[in-house]
Ligand binder design. Sequence first.
Ligand code: AMP
Ligand code: GLY
Length: 438
Amino acid sequence: MGLRVLIIGGGGREHALCWAAASSPQVEKVYCAPGNAGIADVATVVAIKDSDTKGLLEFARRERIDLTIVGPEGPLVAGLVDEFKGAKLRVFGPSAAAARLEGSKVFAKEFMRRYHIPTAPFSVFDDPAQASQFIRSADGPLVVKADGLAAGKGVIVCSDAESALAAVQTIMVERVFGDAGARVIVEKRLTGTELSVMAVSDGQRIAILIPARDYKAAMDGDSGPNTGGMGAYAPALQFDDPLLDEITEAVLKPTVMGMAAEGNPYTGVLYAGMMITDAGPRVLEYNCRFGDPETQVVLPLLKTDLIDVIGAALAGQLHMEPLDWHDEVCVCVILVSDGYPGRYETGQPMSGPLKTSHNNILRFHAGTAMRDDVMVTAGGRVVGICGRAPSHEGAVAAAYQQVEKVQFKGMRYRTDIGLRQGQTSLPRRTRPERRAKV
Ligand code: AMP
Ligand code: GLY
């Protein structure tokens, strides 16, 4: 009998997870809650919200789910994994205590300070007057961050003291992110190239996933407001690059060791959002889950069965699983509704090729729904079109060729996904053999 798998969430990341799980020969059935119209192509979609812990538990028991994989940070920080484990259900993701690495930026920064993990210098404030006083006396550009979860919007990168003071007002006084803004971090603004490094952890050991780059800004040339992600590509760094060793030794290993030492072993995907500065790699933030859209370009390159990797992590035996990768490049362009990340319309009928997979193309849906047998838009980020090819240029071309075949009213996308930021600090080399070090 094959495994019955439940994926929690309903975005592009979860579509990629469902696709990877459904591709595993060990898997008999994949469910996704709440899923979306595209996910229905590879999994059975169940209408239970990711915040409905009780409903999800009941479903997992009733359907005899063998393995649950949690996509978004909300349910992880809220303790869904602890509830599932309490009910003796097998679940992949960190406990609420371990998910604090993402759930509280103050916890994360103080943790990094305790373990000498390189990150921007920072101060913590729970009083807006003190935060403002600090900003007035500080030199150089700053970043102001709400402590708690703010749907990816709680970080305000400031060009001068005035905008930092305004950020304190927005976060702490107006409380636009609610209680997430009760405390803020004010930290030094770093410059360099961003890199997303994810690793699967079994609590003690890690298996590194191929590094990716995501494009957060809404418009070409990295201009406009930050979004949940407008595209991504992988690899952004090769496994044999000394920079990856440095990140592994200075960041990933001490993070997992520190969490274990503090009695909160980290099992799940640990995501380090890095800035590669002239002075070396620095952690911008941790996420306690698979990145989105990074997962949409990383999983298509993973040759090892994802279910084996997760099984090894849950068994505390990650060293048994050296990961194999396809020697290819994957590029993902996200199609969004005009206006995103601000106000946008939904319910627009979609046409063109929208099935999950065809040859070297994967289409991971985020905001899509079915209305009277017609697929319509249902969110800001609508669908990620991923192209795989042996070369970087080939993958860019494959993705954009397919992008042009999709149509819906107000469709918008960046035209520069795949162009490398600066194109200097992240050397790209082609290597025939790629094996992750564990
Ligand atoms: P987050 O929402 O925590 O993923 O952060 C969003 C983005 O803010 C990051 O991807 C960076 O682009 C930027 N950011 C965060 N911290 C810093 C920093 N200290 N210096 C410069 N940019 C930063
Ligand atoms: N791509 C950034 C994130 O997943 O938060």
